[in-house]
Design a protein around this ligand. Sequence first.
Ligand SMILES: [Zn+2]
Length: 210
Amino acid sequence: MQIKSFVFNPFSENTYVLSDETGTCAIIDPGCYSAAEQQALEGYIVSQKLQPTLLLNTHAHIDHVLGNAFVHRRWGLTPQLHPSDLELLRSAPLYGELWGIRPEASPDPEIFLNDGDTVQFGTTKLSVRFVPGHCPGHVAFYQAEAQVVFSGDVLFAGSIGRTDLPGGDLDILMESIHHSMMILDDSVKVYSGHGPVTTIGNERISNPFL
Ligand SMILES: [Zn+2]
């Protein structure tokens, strides 16, 4: 599996494109907002001759869903996310105004994700882990063969997700991290919603919040 990452929008959010040997790909948290960012995402997918077949959101905070409308328009995909974040998804344009940006409304999901689900693009399967606390409907995506997890805003290199936004809860977040993330092997790579790639092992020994 190939992983391409982009840093998009004023929140420096990480967008990931996962592809495999079949030439299909999944887009996780498209945060592209400006025309240049949309072109960067499209340019990569077109130049690599990839066909996007999955649009996944770890959660529906605005910085993670800004490009949902673009991906829907360009490739016809609707986002898949946890049902507890639907309200957040629908209110994203309102939150955008608070931050001085005017996002296009995301299309509604046609498929919702729940804990233990498997999503697939090409021959690659990702397992869905429900990890609430940063927001009510947060999920992480774990790819067992490649030993990677896409942790959204739950776990970062040296930090954890903030819990001061509506729907955030520190106790629930800590439980999610300990029961769904830290049970993974130390060698598992963690691709977060912001900042650099880390590993479970690194965070186990050096993350001051754990
Ligand atoms: Zn977030």
